[in-house]
Design a protein around this ligand. Structure first.
Ligand code: ADP
Length: 497
């Protein structure tokens, strides 16, 4: 009772972080450590699971030290994690049998092509909400069992365990007592049936994965277990788990159907709460479980923009027209508009809703009067146009009309970008005071389970918005601009499209 703090463990792709929040969700302290990225071959990415654990527990202790408190002051721990990355370890020794295979790793792309050629796409989509891709955990897990000597035999005899990073951390925190995950992480494995809420027998057979390896799937908010006193000195409850994007949706308090968030980072990650229905669709968006709480499961549609803030890095590093990402705002504001210039940053093809991996970056509408400010502004606007396209695809898919958008991520600090986003969307945009949505989401999930936070309603009522953007542009002008954007996209698409 009366413990004053919640600890979020935010295990990301490049670093492990621990953030301590007080009851008013003020950040009391943060500690962060990067860890090694392993690239064994082109397109392959691995992490050392022991290093992930070591950095995570180290930052947890450092964050406490910085705050001048101990584990006995922590009400509960929430975990949020890089998704899809998998670890397989020996139940008895606790040692991983191979490095963690990271979500970015493409080593199973050929296997995925084969599954598509074999006509598995519709079956997999209808059960898991996902498109067949090396990104998701199932083929990575199969790869470990097929390629690590002795692994399959051990897995079949029941002596190996597997899990996404949340599961690995939970198992380590509880000193091997708890082997579990939450609905949101399970839904990214391509083995979990998001309609029936169980590991899917047909998929386990298809990927040849023994069910005994898999963690129990629990609600995202609730008691997962207590940490071992050997690890944290005193036992601490672990009461919240969610994958990073879903945790961000929760942290943004998008609790109701039709509420959405967009994270403007290197790429943009959009999630739309679709309530109690998974909208399995054919336009390349994935359906996923947002979270399970209070005996029910909430679903989301997810879409992403490959090149978001990265186009600003490109302006800085390749073109040299700005010296920092933040400079893009002042530079873009030197012109009233792009004067008809559009930049389509299809540097790595185009994702939803175009799905053209051969599309190329394109600039259209250049005249004698075009200057660098027009180009910079066009780059910023492109981030908003691409997000618009994904949001429209989501709205169509779920038959939902978005009223408000909640934003976070590094590039959401750019007022010009977010105002333009509001203008073309014709929707209100909220930028919260606490932009650590991911860690906050994990803290909320944990604190709701223990009573540290009273209710989802009270959390929502107390959410603090730092800036609210309302549409300022007439619909006619916005539609003209969108028309120009879509013409420019057509020029960027490959001939095959
Ligand atoms: P990630 O988590 O993907 O590393 P961050 O959330 O840290 O990304 O955001 C960094 C990205 O945002 C970079 O691509 C950078 O170019 C862009 N960015 C950061 N600040 C601004 C800004 N003020 N205006 C536009 N883009 C920005």
């Amino acid at each position: 009772m009366n413990k004053k703090y919640i600890m979020s463990l935010d295990q990301g792709t490049t670093s492990s972080r621990a953030i301590i929040f007080d009851r008013n969700t003020n950040i009391v302290s943060v500690s962060q450590k990067e860890f090694t990225q392993l690239f064994p071959a082109p397109g392959q990415v691995e992490h050392n699971a022991e290093e992930i654990w070591n950095t995570q527990i180290t930052v947890a202790k450092e964050a406490l030290e910085k705050a001048g408190i101990g584990f006995d002051d922590i009400d509960s721990i929430g975990i949020t994690n890089q998704r899809e990355t998998v670890v397989v370890w020996d139940k008895d020794s606790g040692k991983p049998v191979y490095n963690a295979i990271v979500w970015q790793c493409r080593r199973t792309a050929e296997l995925c092509d084969k599954l598509k050629a074999d006509g598995c796409a519709d079956m997999i989509k209808s059960k898991t909400g996902l498109v067949i891709d090396a990104y998701f955990s199932a083929t990575k897990l199969k790869w470990i069992l097929d390629n690590v000597e002795g692994a399959r035999a051990k897995a079949e005899s029941g002596s190996l365990l597997c899990g996404t990073i949340d599961t690995w951390l939970l198992w380590k925190l509880t000193d091997g007592k708890v082997h579990a995950t939450d609905y949101s992480n399970a839904s990214r494995t391509m083995l979990y049936n998001i309609n029936e809420l169980c590991w899917d027998k047909q998929l386990l057979e298809l990927f040849d994965i023994p069910e005994s390896m898999l963690p129990r799937v629990l609600p995202s908010s609730g008691l997962f277990g207590k940490t071992s006193a050997d690890v944290t000195g005193v036992p601490v409850k672990v009461c919240g788990i969610a994958g990073d994007q879903q945790a961000a949706l929760f942290g943004q308090t998008c609790f109701n159907k039709g509420e959405a968030k967009n994270t403007y980072g290197t790429g943009c990650f959009l999630l739309l709460n679709t309530g109690d229905t998974p909208h399995i669709n054919n336009d390349g968006l994935v359906s996923t479980i947002a979270w399970g709480i209070d005996g029910k499961v909430t679903y989301a549609l997810e879409g992403s923009v490959f090149v978001g803030g990265a186009v600003i890095q490109w302006l800085r590093d390749q073109l040299g027209v700005i010296s920092s990402a933040a400079d893009s705002e002042l530079a873009a504001s030197k012109v009233a508009d792009t004067d008809g210039v559009y930049l389509v940053p299809a540097f790595t093809g185009l994702g939803a809703p175009y799905w053209d991996q051969y599309a190329k970056g394109t600039v259209v509408g250049i005249t004698r009067g075009t200057n660098k400010y027009h180009i910079i502004r066009a780059a910023l606007e492109a981030i908003a146009y691409q997000s618009y396209d994904v949001i429209k695809a989501m709205e169509n898919s779920a038959d939902i009309s978005l009223v408000e958008l909640n934003v976070d991520g590094g590039a959401s600090a750019n007022n010009l970008l977010i105002q333009f986003q509001s203008d073309i969307l014709g929707a209100v945009i909220n930028r919260p005071s606490c932009i650590e949505s991911t860690a906050l989401g994990a803290a909320y999930l944990a604190g709701l389970a223990t009573g540290f936070f009273e209710s989802m309603d009270s959390i929502k009522a107390n959410k603090s918005i730092s800036k609210r953007f309302t549409p300022q542009m007439s619909r006619e002008i916005a539609d003209n601009k969108l028309n120009g954007w879509h013409k420019a996209v057509n020029k960027a698409l490959s001939d095959e499209n």
